[in-house]
Write a new protein. Structure first.
Ligand SMILES: [Zn+2]
Ligand SMILES: [Zn+2]
Length: 96
């Protein structure tokens, strides 16, 4: 018997790179498989590679507003500008 654990996507409400607000219904949020969360413009700059785990970032589907009562967004805000900055520095070095 396998035990079924229901995992609900944690929705973080800001970009780790620039701290931009990304509400659960936002259509410009991207996440990696570890749910590191970035706004679309940072994700594009990072070439959709997560600076924390190297994983691929994909667009986060917006959560329907009427589900937010039962499944609220995460209250945790993660803000790690250093990680992004390192990657962006490297990318800009590559292109020079
Ligand atoms: Zn951002
Ligand atoms: Zn990640």
């Amino acid at each position: 018997m396998t035990r079924k654990v229901k995992v609900i996507l944690e929705i973080r409400t800001n970009c780790e790179c620039c701290n931009k607000d990304l509400p659960p219904e936002s259509r410009e949020a991207t996440i990696c498989s570890f749910e590191c969360t970035f706004c679309l413009s940072c994700a594009q700059k990072l070439e959709f590679n997560c600076p924390n785990c190297g994983g691929e970032m994909v667009r986060r589907p917006p959560r329907a507003v009427d589900l937010l009562d039962r499944y609220p967004a995460s209250a945790t805000r993660v803000f790690k500008p250093e990680g992004c900055k390192n990657v962006l520095d490297e990318l800009s070095r590559d292109t020079q």
